[in-house]
Design a protein around this ligand. Structure first.
Ligand code: HEC
Ligand code: HEC
Length: 216
């Protein structure tokens, strides 16, 4: 009997472990419409409070603060609600997002989406490890090429796959390593954690530079 219980315990473990959803946001048609119909002008007014860290036009001047300009509104909205719900943890952003209503979050998200995404102007480095991962992935490790989700221009796809092009490289590497350690776990279906846990820090840093320098 004891053995039977132990077996049940083992069988239940993965189920219980996954009982907590990665995010409370589900992209129903209503939820999509809610973000799409948000008020850009009201978002612009609220965004003054973000400029000190995320830049005047949503382009961050600080290497470990993310740029928000040109990001998919739905992605930004989901992140703000995930911070508010404690699904993504960062002390600063948790307290800021808790002070925003769902409507404020949607207004901010459409405002930042309307701004021009950051673009790298310097000379491109040769980043061989990153190029392989972005374009071919790794069949043995079952890592799909990044471009199949994030787009060949790095500008994101559908509702929840973010733009990466021009993103601050230190922020990129930090958040990627947070997926790798599981500290960031708000990716629905573990899409990023399953990839990140298989990559080395050198590969992650090259990917961060690759996307920072990507010409669209
Ligand atoms: C004091 C600095 C600071 C202020 C002010 C601030 N942020 Fe942030 N924000 C950060 C940092 C640092 C991160 C990265 C946190 C992490 O790694 O999770 C972040 C992350 C984010 C992200 C996630 C970006 C991504 O690519 O996933 C969003 C969205 C965001 N902030 C929106 C806002 C909005 C909207 C405001 C204004 C209402 C704001 N922030 C104000 C510092 C700040
Ligand atoms: C199966 C689709 C898929 C593939 C393949 C994929 N990603 Fe992602 N990625 C996502 C999704 C979905 C998110 C947003 C998850 C969330 O809400 O936190 C994301 C988020 C990210 C973020 C966080 C962006 C931010 O602003 O915080 C980075 C960085 C990233 N991906 C890099 C990569 C790289 C590099 C690769 C290739 C090695 C890759 N991704 C492959 C789906 C994918």
């Amino acid at each position: 009997m004891k053995q039977l219980f132990a077996l049940w315990g083992l069988l239940l473990l993965p189920i219980l472990g996954n009982a907590e959803p990665a995010s409370n946001i589900a992209w129903t048609p209503e939820q999509l419409r809610f973000v799409k119909n948000a008020d850009l002008e009201k978002g612009k007014q609220l965004a003054g409070a973000c400029a000190g860290c995320h830049g005047e036009k949503g382009i961050s001047q600080v290497a470990n603060f993310p740029s928000l300009a040109g990001q998919l509104a739905t992605y930004t909205y989901k992140q703000l609600r995930d911070y508010a719900d404690g699904k993504r943890n960062n002390a600063l952003m948790n307290s800021i997002a808790t002070g925003l209503s769902e409507q404020d979050s949607a207004n901010l998200a459409v405002w930042f989406a309307s701004l021009t995404a950051p673009e790298y102007k310097g000379k491109k480095q040769n980043l061989d490890k990153a190029v392989v991962l972005v374009e071919k992935g790794n069949g043995k490790k079952i890592i799909p090429p990044c471009f199949t989700c994030h787009g060949s221009d790095g500008m994101g796809e559908r509702q929840d796959i973010p733009a990466l092009a021009g993103q601050q490289p230190d922020y990129f590497a930090n958040t990627f390593k947070a997926y790798k350690s599981g500290e960031r776990h708000n990716d629905v279906y573990s899409r990023m954690r399953l990839i990140a846990e298989q990559l080395s820090d050198v590969e992650i840093e090259q990917l961060a530079q690759y996307y920072y320098q990507l010409k669209r």
